[in-house]
Design a protein around this ligand. Structure first.
Ligand code: SF4
Length: 361
């Protein structure tokens, strides 16, 4: 509501949090580098210019928080191959312009292929119910979209419906980023939306293994500033704990019904996160019990898995150690109207966000 927005955007409270951040950063021995893992956090940070008010010595960088950006080129190629072979491919609008090894789904659609934009897996099921054509839902996204995909598969969708899963699971990717030799992480700001499903406890092993705090934060400007205060305080006090800074939406154990659906349908397997690495246990594959709805089981999909060669550094950005302005193509050859890489395509992509709201710091 409007009242809630005012509460979470109150400038006086923002000033107080900023002052608190400054004194905590002063108290820390060293500069501090926070990595967040959510495109929605990046949108809030950019839209409200939060980087411009951070004290010197505190950096907030984006990590692997854009599901469209980490969808592998070969996964896009699989969807392209299905659309080119007469299936109707339904997916989120953000996926259409993401380049595969050779072409995007938008290019296939322009050439006459059946590619439809949907807002949910359930919308794709509705499409399948209205046609005899094979309808493949190209499912991308983290826990927040994987759980609804799982739900539709548990509710007897039509026989002509299947899922090409490119869903990803965030916590193992945080492990990879924390251990990455080029990425410095002093603490993670974790995504409050995914945590509504998984709860905060899922981050305990990350905090323990890497000896750093993980703070779950919400998405209003004050939510982000408050989560940063909690993070910097934990770093200054050398307390690598998991903190729930978004308790109005997130619990320790999360949404049990959504987790039951998620893990009934999906299992965690190693998969490529575009430009980052093959991440163990971080890609969600459909379990054999649901093979009838698994597009990879149902159709013969042959793609070249080593087809990507561009100057795009989107993978380095997703790994948390590069920024869009470091890309020589940013704003020149690569723009929202003519994207070279996935980070410029999605509303959650850091390059597109920086182009939209400007480079603040
Ligand atoms: Fe890739 Fe474009 Fe971003 Fe450069 S500006 S990293 S080419 S998406």
């Amino acid at each position: 509501s409007g009242a809630d927005e005012l509460t979470f955007r109150d400038p006086e409270r923002a000033d107080a949090l900023r002052a608190r951040l400054e004194s905590l950063v002063d108290r820390a021995d060293d500069s501090i580098r926070i990595v967040h893992v959510c495109g929605t956090h990046e949108q809030t940070i950019a839209e409200f210019g939060l980087r411009s008010i951070l004290p010197d010595g505190l950096t907030v960088a984006m990590g692997p928080g854009c599901p469209v950006c980490v969808t592998d080129s070969a996964e896009v190629d699989e969807a392209v191959t299905l659309a080119e072979s007469g299936k109707l491919v339904a997916t989120y609008g953000d996926m259409l312009d993401v380049p595969g090894g050779d072409r995007s789904l938008a290019a296939v659609r322009d050439a006459g292929g059946d590619v439809e934009v949907v807002y949910s897996a359930a919308d794709a099921v509705s499409l399948a119910a209205e046609t005899d054509q094979e309808v493949v839902f190209f499912g991308v996204g983290f826990e927040t979209t994987a759980a609804p995909t799982a739900s539709v598969l548990r509710n007897d969708p039509p026989a002509n419906f299947s899922v090409l899963s490119a869903h990803k699971y965030v916590p193992p990717a945080m492990d990879v980023v924390a251990a990455h030799p080029n990425t410095r992480v002093d603490g993670f700001l974790a995504a409050g939306n995914a945590a509504t499903i998984t709860g905060t406890e899922v981050f305990e092993p990350i905090a323990g293994t890497h000896d750093l705090p993980v703070v779950v934060g919400g998405f209003e400007p004050l939510d982000v500033l408050y989560a940063l205060v909690e993070l910097v305080e934990a770093i200054a006090d050398d307390e690598p704990a998991v903190v729930n800074a978004y308790p109005r939406c997130v619990s320790a154990t999360g949404n049990q019904a959504a987790q039951t659906a998620l893990w009934d349908v999906f299992e965690r397997v190693e998969g490529e996160w575009r430009g980052i690495a093959a991440v163990p246990d971080a890609t969600l594959a459909i379990r054999p019990e649901y093979a009838a709805y698994d597009a990879r089981e149902r159709f013969d999909i042959e793609v070249d898995r080593d087809s990507e060669t561009t100057e795009c550094i989107c993978g380095d950005i997703m790994a948390g150690h590069a920024a869009p302005r470091e890309c020589p193509l940013f704003g020149e050859e690569c723009t929202p109207a003519s994207p070279v890489g996935a980070c410029m395509v999605s509303d959650e992509g850091p390059c597109r966000i920086r182009q939209t709201f400007g480079e603040v710091r």
